[in-house]
Design a protein. Structure first.
Length: 186
């Protein structure tokens, strides 16, 4: 016995095409939605636009090797005359929303042990929770390492997230330099 066609099951095949989009946030310039990195400027001039200040810790960088030819410069000093308020960690924050699954933070690292102090001691927070650290003693020598991924998190859930980079720790033992170049989120 033959069944009428209307009794035959119908199958629909559905395909979804997902495209991963990376958005790069420059250290100094807000993106097209007006989002940008916010810097905690306590004490006074803790974060400086690299290449545009006399108080910057790092010397002149090769602007052809930094994103959009800009960076932000800050040094945490646990004690001493390095800033107006020693032993105060310095923060940079960024909020983003959407179907984000990953965030990448790129910095320039100084090789020198002094002038500039090239040590790095950074902590990274997602939504107020410690999510990673980057601690590196300067190897010594001249120059800089460019485009260094100091923080990578590829396990974010979709939705709104708040990111915070903290330079240094209260009662830290050594200066810590951050030369923030860009943040990429997917």
């Amino acid at each position: 016995m033959l069944l009428p066609r209307s009794c035959l099951p119908l199958f629909f095949i559905s395909t979804t095409l997902a495209v991963l989009i990376n958005r790069t946030i420059d250290d100094a310039i807000p993106d097209s939605s007006g989002n940008g990195v916010k810097y905690t400027n306590v004490p006074g001039h803790a974060w400086n636009v690299g290449g545009q200040c006399d108080a910057c810790t790092a010397g002149e960088l090769d602007t052809t090797q930094v994103y959009d030819k800009t960076w932000h410069d800050t040094t945490f000093y646990p004690t001493g005359p390095g800033n107006d308020s020693p032993n105060v960690p310095l923060n940079a924050s960024f909020s983003f929303n959407g179907m984000c699954t990953a965030i990448y933070v790129f910095c320039v690292l100084a090789k020198a042990k002094e002038h500039p102090f090239g040590n790095s001691d950074m902590s990274f927070y997602i939504d107020g929770e410690l999510s990673g650290t980057f601690v590196k003693e300067a190897p010594g020598g001249q120059g800089y390492e460019y485009n260094v991924p100091v923080y990578v998190n590829t396990s974010l859930s979709p939705g709104k997230h708040d990111f915070l980079l903290q330079n240094g720790h209260v009662n830290g033992t050594a200066p810590s330099l951050v030369l923030l170049d860009s943040i990429v989120y997917s």
